[in-house]
Design a protein around this ligand. Structure first.
Ligand code: FES
Length: 103
């Protein structure tokens, strides 16, 4: 198990949050299980980009960017190649990470 730390939640959203993650579930799934609200308009199919997050720490602890995720990040204008942004519905954490949700 690893920890996903969400640094940018407002006080109204409950402040910074943590979620327990494992390689078997997406970051989106881990956050949802922890009660962290994440916009995910397409239901986790890498079609909308609304679940994207910026990686603050631990980019190397995430699963590789597969073509569908890379295409969606490019379509929404994020820096997929640099690994700075990821889709919560596609990325899986192998170790602790710190993120900011984009929406
Ligand atoms: S939920 Fe739509 S891209 Fe992740």
């Amino acid at each position: 198990m690893s920890t996903v730390f969400v640094a940018n939640r407002t006080a109204a959203e409950g402040g910074p949050a943590t979620a327990r993650a494992s390689p078997a579930i997406s970051i989106l799934g881990a956050l949802q299980r922890a009660g962290v609200v994440v916009r995910h308009d397409c239901g986790g199919k890498a079609l909308c980009g609304t679940c994207r997050f910026r990686v603050l720490k631990g980019a190397s602890a995430l699963s590789p960017i597969l073509p569908r995720e890379g295409e969606r990040l490019a379509a929404v204008g994020e820096e997929a190649a640099a690994g700075a942004f990821r889709l919560a519905c596609q990325a899986h954490a192998f170790r602790d990470i710190e993120i900011e949700l984009s929406l």
